[in-house]
Design a protein. Structure first.
Length: 498
């Protein structure tokens, strides 16, 4: 799928974290985040039979599997030290260098093993035929517009359970398991239904309200913790000719990047879980009502930048970077994506969403942060242990620091920022995560039900409300109806929090 239009660029982008090309709005394929690319998948044609035939090699089987090696303290996954490892990376905004550096460590540790490393943007058309033939690579970064549907792969028993990797000693500390070195929510994100962990999300995105600390200082204001304070700051800005808020009006599914964590803060995680689980009346919860009414107040009081409903993500970010609006809901990729328009003295910062008041269930600082960049090890790979070992290396402190330094993004490894000079946005994101502590929420709607989240809740619900065409009560009813339709649709696979 190409990335020429704003819409297709957004589809790719909201499925990534940060694009690595400093100072440019990189192409859509480079921008990937959490909303899984299943939306894009529907637009991709299935390779023709002649193409499948030309890609196919002889069918794989257990006889092709690499024999297990010797399990030692340095080789806890018993990798066969002479078996070839094949690693296919998505060639996007994060570049190839971080992965190539991790491959070199694998080669140093297993000098007799040959590593075949390649990078492509055409993950599905390159690799789906090999899955069909039973000859997939050992490790895949399943990302980009041609991301393979991981729910389908797992349902067809084509993914290896990564539990052995998670339970292996971490690369840096033999007394700590890999799972104990990961950021909150990473393990759960890799589960689709039940205990097995099918996916290792390697990048880590912080969602929230982004702003210029310099702009706030110029208003003699601090970031508002309650909604009354938010309205007061917006009023102050309005008097100086600055809007309080803007957002990607053409793609209003950006609004949840701050709104969902606010709902979780006000009503508790169980409200977000009920929404994810498509429970009847989940969207009619008091916390949802309070937050919808709060956001609607921004529209009603004229605190939203004029013309915002007609702006795309780049236009809204540009207006915000130029000081036309104080706040924008976004993910941590915004620092890199807007690098060419953010002034040098902007002092970019992110905060957890403002709450309603002291009656909120969770403290101020409750934030949405979660994994992006999904890595998988195919069940029929010849060297599954090698694929997992390569991931174990990537989840070391050194590899994590290398990634963060090179691409301005955090990784799933909980740490890896000591001694690195962080960019303002990244530094602020790290501080926001520290403030949040255990109060990190991870709504799954955008992973589980892409069309519901984007077109229905986003465009038809929240977009219409924030443009003043629906009241909060009407928006809640409309969105609940959409959720009920999705729950009753037997053609859609349904997921539940356990």
């Amino acid at each position: 799928m190409g990335s020429t239009s704003d819409e297709s660029r957004t589809t790719d982008r909201t499925t990534g974290t940060i694009s690595a090309t400093t100072g440019s709005t990189a192409t859509g394929l480079g921008r990937r985040d959490l909303i899984k690319r299943s939306a894009a998948l529907g637009l991709i044609s299935v390779p023709t039979m002649s193409f499948l035939a030309s890609c196919a090699s002889s069918g794989g089987g257990d006889e092709d599997k690499a024999k297990a090696g010797t399990k030692t303290a340095k080789n806890p996954l018993a990798v066969n030290d002479t078996a070839q490892l094949e690693f296919v990376l998505f060639d996007g905004g994060f570049g190839k260098e971080y992965a190539e550096d991790a491959v070199k460590i694998y080669e140093q540790n297993f000098p007799k093993a040959k590593v075949k490393f390649s990078a492509t943007q055409k993950i599905q058309s390159t690799l789906q035929p090999r899955f069909n033939q039973g000859t997939p690579p050992d490790l895949i970064d399943n990302s980009g517009a041609e991301q393979m549907d991981m729910g389908v792969l797992a349902a067809k028993s084509q993914l290896a359970d990564l539990t052995p990797l998670l339970d292996a000693p971490s690369y840096d500390d033999p007394d700590k398991k890999v799972r104990d070195t990961l950021r909150p929510g990473i393990v759960e994100m890799g589960q689709l239904d039940g205990d097995p962990v099918w996916i290792m999300y390697y990048a880590y995105t912080v969602y929230g309200v982004w702003y210029s600390q310099k702009a706030l200082d110029s208003l003699d204001a601090t970031y508002p913790e309650t909604w009354d304070e938010m309205l007061a700051v917006c009023e102050k800005a309005k008097k100086k000719g600055i809007a309080g808020w803007t957002y990607a009006g053409k793609y209003p599914y950006y609004l949840p990047f701050s709104l969902y964590a606010m709902i979780g803060k006000v009503g508790g995680v169980e409200v977000l879980d009920a929404i994810d689980n498509l429970e009847p009346n989940a969207w009619k919860a008091p916390a949802v009502k309070a937050c919808f009414e709060a956001y609607y107040e921004l529209y009603r009081k004229g605190y939203v930048l004029k013309g915002t409903p007609g702006l795309d993500h780049i236009q809204s970010q540009t207006a915000w970077a130029k000081g036309k609006a104080l706040f924008i809901p976004n993910g941590s990729w915004v620092e890199n994506e807007s690098a060419n328009v953010i002034p040098a003295d902007f002092d970019l910062a992110v905060s957890a969403p403002t709450g309603i008041d002291s009656s909120d269930k969770l403290p101020f600082g409750t934030i949405w942060a979660s994994g992006g960049e999904p890595f998988i090890v195919p069940a029929k790979a010849k060297n599954t242990a090698g694929g997992m070992e390569q991931l174990r290396i990537m989840l070391s402190e050194a590899s994590s620091k290398n990634f963060t330094t090179k691409v301005k993004s955090l990784t799933a490894y909980n740490g890896g920022t000591d001694g690195i000079t962080l960019t303002p946005g990244l530094k602020s994101g790290v501080a926001a995560l520290e403030k949040a502590g255990d109060n990190v929420v991870n709504p799954r709607l955008q992973d589980w039900y892409v069309q519901l989240q984007k077109e229905k809740i986003g465009v038809s619900g929240l977009g219409e409300m924030m443009a003043g065409r629906l009241t909060p009560a009407e928006a809640m009813k409309k969105i609940q109806d959409y959720a009920d339709e999705t729950a009753k649709d037997t053609s859609i696979k349904h997921y539940k929090h356990h």
